[in-house]
Design a protein around this ligand. Structure first.
Ligand SMILES: Nc1ncnc2c1ncn2[C@@H]1O[C@H](COP(=O)(O)OP(=O)(O)OP(=O)(O)O)[C@@H](O)[C@H]1O
Ligand SMILES: Nc1nc2c(ncn2[C@@H]2O[C@@H]3COP(=O)(O)O[C@H]3[C@H]2O)c(=O)[nH]1
Ligand SMILES: Nc1nc2c(ncn2[C@@H]2O[C@@H]3COP(=O)(O)O[C@H]3[C@H]2O)c(=O)[nH]1
Length: 814
């Protein structure tokens, strides 16, 4: 650029077409250097600002995540609280909290517990618990502070902080709890807590000693600076032990309702902090306060935003798919609105030739294999492989009724976008590109409809059960007794359907029609049986389980897989709500396990694989099951396993957590005990426990006392002595990968999902395909002689307790 004609002081410098005086330019150089330095400095400053701001953004993103999680938690607390307020029976006045009243109160409760019989010689079923209180708080809560010395405050705070179950409380909660506790005295010999009663108070010992006992056995003594009575308040609401003063005592007391209020109040404070934060966040800059407020749900907005992002990603993807090339943006947008996303593990049959079909698929990622039955060929032939952007499943929606080929997910799994029949026909059913000739005729594909599966088709089933009335059901025997009622084996009066019965007879190789007729004539109505689960409405209302019961009904209605017991229909009357279920006459896996003691690797692996299929199905639907245990696994006639009892199952928004404490103590994960919020990963923890129970014959964390069970769980899986002679190294390795304290580290929680569990070497060589298409023989085939055979179930005495009527109407819709 620069051309110097001469270097003398009077020389000229040419820059481009212009000529300058060289001396003048020389004078400018220091100035330019200075400017460059200045600019450099500014640049460095800007870079450093960018770096700081990037860090801030990362930290803010983290805060949003944490606050979002807090918000979910707050929602659960508010929901629980709202239920308490709505459902609480009205009692006239609150009792004053003076020492005298409390004294009388305690005296009233002071009944020495009867010596309880020890029934531990035989293996006991595990009881499930849920945080909804067994008895509602009868007192209105006020956050009244009670004066106390600094020493007393210190004692309470220390006691709370060293308690394994309360140490998770936030600082503000502890402060409030300390302020609200009031003093009471107990005389030596008084009973402070009675085992089995609903818990309504939390205590901290200030002075004196107390004796803890459970089922008549002394467990230990408690002294000053110790919390007692926290378990019933936090978890299952009936006292897990009794506590008696063995010297005169001074106690600090907190009512359950106040404890709950403190949790809620903290929640509200968090809410306002959250609002403050969100008001400052730039994306919400122009929003009015009430739109930011939680009630109007900022999170709906966040979800909406995420929804919008997903929508535009989907549109991008769809616009690139060749079949939609000429489709208007409007139609693609509408399609993106209604599309669902699903995930299938490698090897999974997405569609089976001959089955009825209502869904259209677009491959979002991965590959699928198409196979087809061909005349004269014993095995289905592989036809082609479809890739990302390809579609399938249109033929069954365009007149064929049934699937004309098998579609199998290839490893490592596929992600598909789906459209239901109605949206498909409305939005894209007319596309020419869908009318493909695959060459089936030339190939001599067997496109005739397969024989109907032995059970009634879903639609016929729906029609049949929609007409069915409760009074048409006839009781045969009791199959089980649960927390809320009983499960009875029933048949339909005058039932002519023989489909199920025929299936059972064929399994037993009774194919001669005359012999079949003879058997049917002898059995009468009982050719086809069902399980009728009857739940006492009053008990449901008293224990505030309405929501769980509805969730159970809704989730079971939604689940249509071989791995989960089918729900055909529901009924209600003045005393009960009922669920008519598919009967699994092989009995509970728990009973088989009890009778055999424990299972070998081969047997255990099979029952774990069945559960894994079921859990994968549920998790794909964003359902967390929360009550895995052998008691809830039923066996079918051919020894296959089905999951039952969806009382604790919950549908979660994707990526969200829930806080309600529920499950069975031996199976709950650390994050549930510590109230940190939990999700599907809690089921993977339970899966690890389930593997152990099948192989050891008992769950690994088990004590006669739930408190000890929880304490063992919190100590972690590494504190256990496994492997041992029953559970080998490989199974132990899998259990340890499932039972990680940190839910995110559990096998199954990673991006590979359930497939990571399937890939573990404990499953090496397992015939997943055979399991899925049910050609794999079950390790144990239960003995079932007829559809009315209940010999695989324990005997239950008749229920003499007739519950009262319940007319509040909560069961509308059952
Ligand atoms: N579909 C079924 N076929 C055969 N037996 C069944 C069926 N459903 C339930 N049972 C039997 O009844 C028992 C209790 O059923 P379920 O667990 O659904 O009731 P629950 O009231 O929710 O029990 P829990 O209090 O243990 O949660 C089961 O463990 C099983 O033995
Ligand atoms: N179950 C149990 N409770 C204990 C033990 N030691 C102290 N406790 C206290 O006893 C209380 C009985 O009532 P909760 O179940 O509410 O809470 C229990 C604990 O706070 C023990 O070893 N087992
Ligand atoms: N019938 C048939 N279907 C195929 C073929 N290749 C891919 N498919 C897809 O496989 C799907 C199976 O279910 P559908 O019959 O509903 O729709 C089918 C097609 O979308 C083929 O060669 N023949």
């Amino acid at each position: 650029m620069f051309a110097t004609r001469d270097v003398s002081p009077f020389s000229q410098v040419q820059v481009g077409t212009r000529v300058y005086d060289a001396q003048e330019i020389q004078k400018l150089i220091p100035q330019l250097e200075e400017t460059i330095e200045k600019k450099d400095k500014q640049l460095r400053q800007a870079l450093s600002t960018i770096e700081t701001q990037t860090k801030e953004i990362t930290s803010l993103k983290q805060q949003v995540k944490e606050l979002q999680s807090e918000c979910d938690k707050l929602r659960s607390v508010l929901q629980q609280k709202a239920e308490t307020v709505v459902g609480a029976p009205q009692t006239p006045t609150q009792k004053s909290s003076t020492s005298e009243d409390l004294h009388a109160d305690l005296q009233q409760k002071a009944v020495i517990p009867a010596e309880t019989e020890h029934k531990h010689a035989e293996r006991q079923k595990k009881m499930a618990v849920s945080a909804e209180p067994a008895k509602l708080d009868q007192r209105q809560a006020t956050l009244q502070h009670h004066p106390k010395t600094a020493g007393s405050k210190h004692l309470i705070r220390e006691a709370v902080q060293k308690n394994d179950f309360l140490k998770q409380l936030a600082k503000e909660q502890v402060i409030e709890l300390v302020e609200c506790m009031f003093e009471m005295r107990a005389r030596s010999g008084q009973w402070i807590i009675q085992e089995g009663e609903p818990g309504d108070r939390l205590f901290v010992i200030a002075e004196g000693q107390a004796q803890v006992s459970r089922e008549g056995q002394q467990l230990g003594q408690l002294g000053p600076g110790t919390v007692m009575g926290e378990l019933a308040i936090l978890y299952n609401c009936t006292r897990t032990a009794s506590i008696q003063a063995i010297s005169d005592m001074v106690l600090w007391v907190l009512d359950r309702s106040v404890f709950q209020m403190i949790t809620m109040r903290l929640g509200m404070e968090r809410h306002s902090q959250l609002m403050n934060f969100l008001q400052k966040a730039s994306i919400f800059e122009n929003l009015s306060e009430d739109r930011i407020s939680l009630d109007r749900s900022v999170f709906q907005m966040i979800t909406m935003r995420l929804g919008m992002e997903r929508h535009s990603q989907l549109m991008n993807f769809l616009q690139k798919a060749s079949i939609f090339e000429n489709l208007s943006e409007d139609r693609i947008s509408k399609m993106a609105d209604v599309m669902d996303q699903d995930y299938y593990a490698g090897g999974h049959y997405i569609l089976r030739q001959g089955e009825k079909g209502d869904t259209f698929f677009i491959l979002n990622s991965g590959q699928v294999r198409i196979t087809q039955s061909i005349e004269g060929e014993p095995e289905p032939r592989e036809i082609r492989v479809l890739n990302q952007g390809d579609f399938f499943g249109e033929k069954a929606l365009l007149g064929e009724e049934v699937r004309t080929a098998n579609v199998i997910a290839m490893n490592p799994g596929v992600e598909v976008l789906t459209l239901d029949r109605e949206s498909f026909l409305k939005l894209i059913g007319d596309l020419e590109a869908l009318k493909k000739d695959y060459g089936d005729v030339e190939r001599r594909a067997t496109l005739a409809k397969r024989p109907e599966p032995p059970s009634p088709t879903r639609i016929a089933e729906q029609n049949e059960f929609a007409q069915l009335q409760l009074r048409q059901l006839k009781r045969i025997a009791t199959l089980g007794v649960g927390g809320f009622g009983r499960v009875e084996l029933v048949c339909i009066n005058g039932d002519k359907s023989r489909t199920f019965a025929l299936k059972a007879l064929k399994k037993k190789h009774i194919v001669d029609t005359r012999q079949q007729e003879h058997i049917f004539a002898e059995r009468g109505d009982k050719s086809r049986t069902f399980a009728l689960k009857a739940l006492k409405k009053k008990h449901i209302v008293d224990t505030r389980q309405q929501e769980h019961i509805f969730a159970e009904r809704n989730i079971m209605t939604e689940t249509k897989t071989d791995w989960i017991v089918r729900l055909y229909t529901t009924f209600r009357d003045s005393k009960y709500v009922y669920m008519l279920l598919e009967a699994c006459l092989g009995g509970e896996l728990w009973t088989t396990l009890r009778d055999r003691g424990h299972f070998d690797d081969y047997t255990a692996r099979y029952y774990v694989a069945c559960v894994l299929e079921g859990l994968e199905y549920l998790h794909r639907k964003n359902i967390v099951y929360r009550d895995l245990k052998p008691e809830n696994c039923l066996l079918t006639l051919n020894g296959y396993l089905k999951i039952v009892d969806f009382g604790f199952a919950k549908k979660l928004a994707s990526g969200r957590k829930t806080w309600t404490f529920c499950g069975t103590p031996e199976y709950v994960s650390p994050e549930i005990i510590l109230n940190k919020g939990h999700d599907q990963a809690a089921d993977y923890w339970a899966l690890g426990i389930y593997i152990c129970e099948l192989m050891l014959g008992r769950p690994p964390f088990q004590a006669s006392d739930p408190m000890k069970t929880y304490t063992l769980i919190l100590k972690g899986i590494d504190a256990l002595e496994i492997p041992n002679r029953r559970i080998g190294k490989t199974a132990t390795a899998l259990v340890k990968k499932l039972c990680r304290d940190n839910p995110a580290e559990r096998l199954g929680s990673g991006s590979g999902g359930v497939n990571d569990i399937r890939k573990h070497r404990w499953f090496m060589g397992f015939d997943w395909e055979g399991l899925r298409n049910r050609t794999l023989k079950a390790p144990i085939i239960p003995k079932v002689t007829s559809p009315a055979d209940v010999s695989n179930f324990d005997n239950y005495p008749p229920d003499t307790d007739i519950p009262p009527d319940e007319f509040s109407g909560w069961d509308e819709g059952f």
